[in-house]
Write a protein that binds this ligand. Structure first.
Ligand SMILES: Cc1cc2nc3c(=O)[nH]c(=O)nc-3n(C[C@H](O)[C@H](O)[C@H](O)COP(=O)(O)OP(=O)(O)OC[C@H]3O[C@@H](n4cnc5c(N)ncnc54)[C@H](O)[C@@H]3O)c2cc1C
Length: 282
């Protein structure tokens, strides 16, 4: 393991912000990390965990040690005619994992195509897009407890997943390093093409709905719609769509009948963008 000093982080964050880490260390294995957690350098400095750097904004140099989590690999744990259970390590690139699943026709993550970042960070804010959230495919999240280097596992329900939220953004923040995520993918999934313009894009591309075609359509849509961090530094959306009650929506619809919303079981998600693009509605 090599410790670098005064290390430039510009290429490691999608904003492309110039910021330096007092110390920088790439961790390639869990054993190496357990050793490092006992070191003087770690114990005497504050630390920051870094994945793909696509949800982080450095406002100044980091006066501590930045730990880049690079554990690689994917293992199939079990499979039957309906499901496959896979463990993917934290340093795998999220979109490579999505491509691996869609290539094998394993459904569940196809709507999450082209989201930047790593597998190990997907549970942190419960990444979501086009009507899907990663929590619906996660069985458990494996972690290393920073305090004593113990390897533990959080079951899905223990992760307290919510809309762009989880325990890892709250009470578990900086207490655990996510080492791997266990996913359950579906060989015969219920495809979700109703959110956003997925159906329209499939039609435009002359594609019928399938795991691979949804992934292709979403890749095209995102590529057309979202700024490319390599050209314009960014970290995706800054806002969350407002969640309101059904009663609240009914009142809003009387006044603004064209309002865009996405219903779920007991609450409604409003499309935030309409506040910006259609000012006359509000
Ligand atoms: C163009 C663009 C589009 C995007 N679109 C979406 C989208 O559609 N949906 C969506 O949900 N998000 C989206 N995002 C946000 C981002 O891609 C996700 O939040 C992603 O999961 C961040 O992963 P990362 O590896 O880059 O995390 P980082 O930015 O490296 O880290 C994020 C947080 O996790 C912590 N962390 C890092 N590694 C670990 C670890 N191993 N264990 C515990 N904590 C850790 C960090 O300290 C930090 O607090 C987008 C970003 C960009 C730039």
């Amino acid at each position: 393991m090599q410790i670098k000093e005064n290390y430039q982080l510009k290429s490691l964050n999608t904003f492309g912000v110039e910021a330096r880490a007092k110390y920088f260390c790439e961790l390639n294995s869990i054993e190496e990390t357990q050793e490092f957690l006992k070191s003087e350098l770690f114990l005497n400095n504050k630390f920051l965990l870094l994945g793909g750097g696509s949800n982080i904004l450095f406002t100044q140099d980091f006066d501590g040690v930045v730990l880049k989590i690079n554990y690689k690999g994917k293992d199939i744990i079990s499979a039957d005619e309906n499901h496959v259970v896979i463990k993917a390590f934290a340093g795998e690139t999220w979109d490579d994992f999505v491509n691996y699943c869609t290539f094998n026709n394993w459904g569940g993550v196809e709507n999450l195509t082209s989201i930047p970042g790593n597998v190990g960070t997907c549970p942190v804010q419960n990444i979501g897009a086009y009507g899907a959230e990663v929590k619906d495919t996660i069985i458990s999240v494996e972690v290393l407890r920073i305090e004593d280097g113990a390897l533990l596992s959080f079951k899905n329900e223990e992760c307290k997943f919510g809309y762009r939220n989880s325990i890892f953004k709250n009470e578990a923040k900086n207490k655990y390093i996510i080492t791997a995520v266990i996913f359950r993918l579906d060989k015969h999934p219920k495809l979700n093409t109703t959110y956003g313009a997925v159906n329209e894009e499939l039609e435009k591309m002359y594609l019928t709905p399938s795991i691979q075609n949804i992934s292709k359509a979403i890749a095209v849509m995102r590529n057309n719609k979202l700024p490319n961090p390599k050209v314009n530094g960014n970290a995706g959306s800054f806002f969350k769509n407002p969640i309101i009650s059904k009663e609240h929506l009914e009142k809003l619809l009387l006044k603004y009948p064209r309002i865009r919303y996405f219903p779920s079981e007991d609450e409604i998600k409003l499309a935030m963008l309409q506040y910006i693009t259609n000012k006359h509605w509000f």
